[in-house]
Write a protein that binds this ligand. Structure first.
Ligand code: ZN
Length: 381
């Protein structure tokens, strides 16, 4: 039995590693349940998949650039992640200076200079097209781009299609996962020696059927998902066919087929759109606050050139208009998000509107450089 135990150990290690992704920059990763609710969300360099086959994953990044009718700079604004991933000093290009835009190694290069991570929010051909547009048309095109990043209703609709089309595969996967768990408990717990010889004999005789059943529950969902891929048209780069083939060869990789089918199926979104689409009220409020706070009380941008600050400023206004409208439409009350926090100590008299830290008399700005505000009812203004 010990060789079976090692086979199972390898199986579960491969299962645990399947879908673990390590990326170079922190990004958002959401594990979403069959009910369309976030069961886990993280902002990290490592993205972990869901454990249960009914769950699927979506990843997205903060928008890495600022756009304006004048030009583009790689200063992110309206970021949800903390700490943000902005550059120490922003690079900036006026549209008329842009001659070529390329992509290499996950980065967008402008005129041969590394510019910003290629997150899919604005792809290289779109940047080049923007550069060649007349300025009035450019502004309209940028607003269209921004609208495209905030579509929670669209995300929910796509999620329903994904779960609908992968219902059978997820159910078959769930049965297989439970069977593997039972098999592992049987082998590792040495159940064979604890039950009557009669029963262990019966189980031994049924082994070919058990393995036949496992083979069915391995191959059938792969075929089902293969057929449903045609209906789940991808909108982003993906390797679903190659991954599905790899899953066919390696059973531990074939237990999250719903998640596999969802790769590339969701458009690049602002993280807030994902939180609004799939989050509970507290989750939506928390991340909605982060985005608004980054728009109203930005940090890190003090060393940027006046042109970079002008572009980021225009973009900040455009994003804020969009975000405020969207939060209202999704029923998140902005006033309650932005109100002063309850006083954490008797001596506290000021707070930072961005990081919500509280201060006693003395500093006028928080360590990040944000101007402090008086706490309600305090004597010191
Ligand atoms: Zn602060």
């Amino acid at each position: 039995m010990s060789e079976w135990a090692s086979v199972l150990a390898v199986f579960w290690v491969l299962w645990a590693l399947d879908g673990v992704r390590v990326v170079r920059r922190r990004g958002f990763s959401f594990v979403i349940g069959a009910t369309g609710r976030i069961s886990r969300a993280g902002y990290a360099r490592v993205s972990l998949p869901g454990l249960w086959p009914g769950r699927w994953r979506m990843t997205t990044d903060d928008v890495p650039v600022s756009l304006s009718p004048v030009g583009i700079c790689n200063r992110p604004v309206g970021a949800a992640g903390r700490p943000g991933e902005g550059p120490a000093k922003a690079h900036v290009w006026r549209w008329e200076e842009i001659r070529e835009v390329g992509v290499a190694d996950g980065w967008i290069y402008v005129n041969g200079v590394r510019f910003s991570p290629n997150t899919g929010h604005v792809v290289a051909p779109e940047l080049l097209a923007l550069a060649r547009l007349a300025p009035p048309l450019r502004e309209a095109r940028i607003r269209l781009l921004v609208n495209r990043w905030f579509r929670p209703v669209h995300l929910r609709r796509r999620a329903r299609v994904l779960t609908g089309r992968t219902r059978i595969a997820a159910a078959l996967n769930a049965v297989a996962l439970i069977a593997y768990v039972v098999l592992s408990v049987y082998v590792v717990g040495d159940v064979a020696s604890r039950i009557t010889p009669q029963w262990s004999g019966r189980i031994a005789a049924a082994l070919p059927w058990i393995f036949g059943g496992l083979l069915f529950f391995h191959i059938a969902p792969v075929i089902v998902v293969w057929r449903s891929l045609r209906r789940l048209k991808p909108v982003r780069l993906e390797k679903r066919s190659a991954n599905l083939f790899s899953a066919l060869m390696l059973p531990p990789q074939a237990l999250r087929l719903r998640s596999l089918a969802g790769e590339g199926y969701f458009p690049a979104q602002h993280p807030l759109a994902c939180f609004l689409a799939f989050g509970e009220a507290a989750v939506r409020a928390r991340w909605g606050f982060n985005v608004i706070a980054d728009l109203r009380w930005p940090i890190d941008a003090a060393g940027d050139s006046p042109l970079a600050q002008e572009i980021a400023g225009w973009f900040r206004g455009t994003l804020e208009a969009k975000v405020v409208t969207l939060l209202a439409a999704e029923g998140v009350a902005l006033e309650t998000l932005l109100g002063p926090p309850p006083r954490d100590a008797a001596a506290s008299c000021r707070y930072c509107p961005r990081c919500r830290d509280q201060f006693v008399a003395g500093p006028e700005v928080c360590p990040h450089g944000v101007k402090l505000r008086p706490l309600a009812g305090s004597d010191t203004p």
